[in-house]
Design a protein around this ligand. Structure first.
Ligand code: PLP
Length: 448
């Protein structure tokens, strides 16, 4: 199937980059835990005529004509989301995860209200009240942390909640390798009268597949992106639970009004169509297998890495994600590890670790995950092989350490990059990676 021929005819420059990106995705190991490979059906919806339409409002209540089919598609997406997550209310219009979370604040809080979320450098998300996010500027943010073992500190969270009486508490993270304590946070929120919002952006696919507990019985509101383990297009869903509606019967309407007309104009109908398709795909038995395999793979990879001497925050993984702590190798090693792995064909991201000893921009860890490589069909034996690739690549950066002096860092990094480019071992890992990937073909039907 020649998929991109119209782009090739129309725009050679974009076409060239697209072709190279397809090759990059095919030949490398995509191990950023927030990324995945959608089905071709999801991609076709994104490239469909629904992109042409304006449909401000909600099904049956639009500000534009010609929405009879958009209404059907949005209705499908909403009813599938409600059924899959078992919630009475869902809004599928948020443009992405960050605006979805902002809508939750604006629906429930007034500027200056106190809110709580997991601290960014402890694994939380920017939108849970970090100081450089508007959520940390519009609201009085009281972050909770993880213990020195890396586990969410429930005692501290309870104490902070009792002292500060927040209006809204977030449970959910972006770099946390263990199970989220929904039940304990429900108790904390009930104890201080706060709304509890569970942001399951990273783990919603695991929740649907039964590989992580669902927050629906505990939280008032649930938000999720649709493009991470859920394996859909870039977008988000905001849900109100039965518990939330008992507390505030108007919760659903408040959320809907905040999204439109409060924050957004027309929904992205092509994305809505793709969300509907992704939710249908996620309702199939093979998606349960997929979710379970993501976790098996993450555990197998964690075990392989630890056996090869890589330290992991919390000493393992219960979900799709692993956080490696590289402080024993040198200072601010995250960037060096990310670059070396990139040269070896393995894409990960540098990440802060709990109690980050160096700097948020030159952090001491890397974050990796198994959702995308599990989509390719890889299983435990491949995880063992990959742990060998990663440990091998990390060997090659031994002896490097980020200078303390800020002036010395740029020249040091330049020197490091040229060392990496000439490194034979990394080149050889890269060809083994590429060979492994060729056994798990990605988008074999796509031709560029
Ligand atoms: C990814 C993520 C978001 C934000 O999603 P974007 O689509 O990047 O705006 C919000 N919360 C959590 C926990 C996330 O992991």
């Amino acid at each position: 199937m020649e998929w991109f021929y119209k782009i090739r005819e129309r725009d050679q420059e974009v076409f060239m980059h697209l072709k190279r990106e397809l090759e990059r995705q095919r030949t490398g190991l995509e191990m950023i835990p927030s990324e995945n490979f959608t089905s071709l059906a999801v991609m076709q919806a994104l490239g469909s005529i629904f992109t042409n339409k304006y449909s401000e409002g909600y099904p049956g209540k639009r500000y534009y004509g010609g929405n009879e089919f958009v209404d059907m598609v949005e209705g499908l997406a909403v009813s599938r989301a409600k059924r899959l997550f078992n919630v009475p209310h869902a809004n599928v219009q948020p443009y992405s995860g960050s605006p979805a979370n902002l809508a939750v604040y604006l629906a429930l809080c007034k500027p200056g209200d106190t809110i709580m979320g997991q601290n960014l450098t402890d694994g939380g998300h920017l939108t849970h009240g970090w100081k450089t996010s508007v959520t940390g500027q519009l609201f009085r943010s009281v972050p909770y942390h993880v213990t020195k073992e890396g586990i969410i500190n429930i005692e501290e969270a309870k104490q902070l909640a009792d002292e500060n009486k927040p209006r809204l508490i977030w449970i959910g993270s972006t770099a946390y390798p263990r199970r989220l304590p929904f039940r304990e946070f429900a108790e904390i929120a009930e104890g201080c009268g706060a709304y509890l919002a569970a942001d399951i952006s990273h783990i919603s696919g695991l929740v649907i597949g039964g590989a992580h507990e669902s927050p629906v019985a505990y939280a008032d509101i649930v938000t999720t992106t649709t493009h991470k383990t859920l394996r859909g297009p870039r977008g988000a869903i905001i849900m109100a639970t039965d518990k939330g509606l008992r507390k505030d019967p108007e919760l659903g309407e408040k959320i809907d009004k905040t999204i439109f007309p409060g924050m957004q104009g027309g929904p992205h109908d092509h994305v809505t169509a793709a969300i509907a398709i992704a939710l249908e795909e996620a309702s199939k038995p093979d998606f349960i297998e997929y979710a379970v395999q993501i976790v098996k793979n993450s555990k197998a990879l964690a075990k392989g890495l630890m056996e090869k001497g890589v330290n992991l925050v919390t000493g393992g993984s219960d979900n799709h994600l692993i956080l490696a702590d590289l402080t024993n190798m040198g200072a601010g090693m995250g960037l060096f590890a990310q670059e070396a792995l990139d040269a070896a064909g393995i894409t990960v991201n540098k990440n802060t670790i709990p109690g980050e000893p160096f700097s948020p921009f030159y952090p001491s860890g890397i974050r990796l995950g198994t959702p995308a490589i599990t989509t390719r069909g890889m299983k435990e034996p491949e995880m063992l092989v990959i742990s060998g690739f990663i440990a091998g690549a990390l060997q090659e950066i031994k002896g490097y350490s980020m200078p303390n002096s800020k002036e010395e860092r740029q020249p040091y990094i330049r020197g490091f990059k040229s060392y990496i480019q000439g490194n034979e071992r990394l080149r050889s890992i890269r060809s083994s990676v590429s060979e492994l990937c060729s056994r798990f073909p990605l988008y074999p039907d796509l031709e560029a």
